[in-house]
Design a protein around this ligand. Sequence first.
Ligand SMILES: [Cu+2]
Length: 249
Amino acid sequence: MQEPELATATKGRPMRRAALALGVLALSGCSLEFGSDRGATRQGRDIFGLWQGSVLVALIVGGLVWGLIVYAIFRYRRRNDDLPTQSQYLIKLELFYTVVPIVIVAILFGFAYRTQDEVDALSPDPDLVIEVRGFQWQWQFQYRGEDVTVTGAPERLPVMVLPVHQTARVILTSRDVIHSFYVPAFNEKRDLIPGVRNKIDLDPIEIGTYVGRCAEFCGLDHARMDFTVKVVSEADYRAWLADRRGDSP
Ligand SMILES: [Cu+2]
């Protein structure tokens, strides 16, 4: 039971929320990206799919809850001073609203687990291997077996070139503190931890230039620890390698 003024105050809010949700849905409706990046790698695309599914489930649940709130406000609003029917021990209903959320969470967990497995999977035979070393405060990319090493400086950001539709194994190590390899367009990041060799595979599916950042505060010049990832055709990748070969610092 609510005080009359409180009831009036809250009456309009669910409607406004529903309208806002509909607006957000309409704005992102065409592509259903929901504020995420579509993912320029196969792994990033997997994560994007999980994100889309989770938001859709959340919107359905949210819509149901908002609908019930609006319905209850109008259907059961105070009309006189009589108490409405008081009921309790509705065991079936209580079981229903306990079991259904548990099932929803379990299903979401299953999808998240499967996506994590797909994203973390390492190819037995990657097309190229890049040793990525983080240091205070830049990056070094060493292309294994190619005699190409790119070392960045804050005023000269390093470029990691990846051939499209090929599997790049990225091995992440740090020589000082914890850094984090983060390419927002890939929907993925992984830490570089001293003494640990973290490995991820990147399968770029879209040619383009992407911003990369250190995503773990690592000291004074952390904010300048940026890099660039260029996804190019196989031919452009070969040409770039030939151009860079030998001029390693
Ligand atoms: Cu860093």
